[in-house]
Design a protein around this ligand. Structure first.
Ligand code: 5RP
Length: 231
């Protein structure tokens, strides 16, 4: 029995785009690696060509552990002046390549590694494609003592911000030792202006809008197969 694309599960679509991203990996170079369940599929695919690359710069402790477990060398971002490509997932992506990211709490390091790269290749299943950012609760990494103040600033915009908690009810602590606010009810009409504005609020470490570091390419897993969107 053959599997038609329409029969593919979301997990299978993630595997497809993770494998498709290998075409953007430059032999002999270091690749920037994001975080999340879609990127985990990419890391698994990358392991099959690990002898053709120098290694990876990782955006989270979780991705670092997975890369190392598969025998892929992980380099410190401080030792790598530039990358040709950064490959990462997204929680939302719009028609211009602007994204919301941070569902996995790795947004700050993701933005740092993306900033090193000439090209951001987003890998996502089609559920992530939106006409305008704002459906997914916007992650914002904050210094813990500023969380309530920042939440009130979002409330003044008509949104609702809540501190991300772990299963035990304690605040989630990021790889950088900070907290995450998840903000519902935002309309992000101008992603570039919104990112610039919120990023300069005192206590904001990183806002999960990636407009200044938007995608150059999106490999979108759809019922018809992998679509390549360029921006
Ligand atoms: C992590 C991220 C991820 O890229 C985003 O949450 C998408 O994850 P997934 O591939 O698991 O849907 O920004 O901070």
């Amino acid at each position: 029995m053959t599997t038609t694309p329409s029969a593919l599960t979301q997990d299978e679509l993630k595997t497809l785009v993770g494998q498709a991203a290998l075409q953007y990996v430059v032999p002999g170079e270091i690749v920037g690696v994001g975080t999340g369940s879609t990127v985990n599929k990419f890391i698994d695919a990358l392991a099959t060509i690990k002898d053709q690359i120098k290694g990876a710069v990782s955006s989270s402790v979780a991705s670092t552990e997975r890369l190392k477990a598969l025998g892929i060398p992980v380099l410190d971002a401080n030792d790598v002046p530039a990358l040709s490509v950064y490959i990462d997932g997204a929680d939302e992506i719009d028609g211009q390549g602007h994204m919301v990211k941070g569902g996995g709490a790795a947004l700050t390091r993701e933005k740092i590694v993306a900033a090193l790269a000439a090209r951001f290749v987003c890998i996502a299943d089609e559920s992530k494609l939106v006409s305008a950012l704002g459906r997914f609760p916007l992650p914002v990494e904050v210094i813990p003592m500023a969380a309530s103040h920042i939440a009130r600033r979002f409330e003044a915009l008509g949104a609702q911000a809540s501190l991300r908690l772990k299963k035990d009810g304690e605040p989630l602590v990021t790889d950088n030792g900070q907290h995450i606010l998840d903000v519902k009810g935002l309309t992000i009409a101008d992603p570039l202006a919104f990112e610039s504005d919120v990023n300069q609020w005192p206590g904001v470490v990183t806002v999960g809008v990636f407009a200044h570091q938007k995608a150059s390419v999106c490999l979108l897993g759809t019922a018809q197969g992998v679509k390549t969107l360029t921006y």
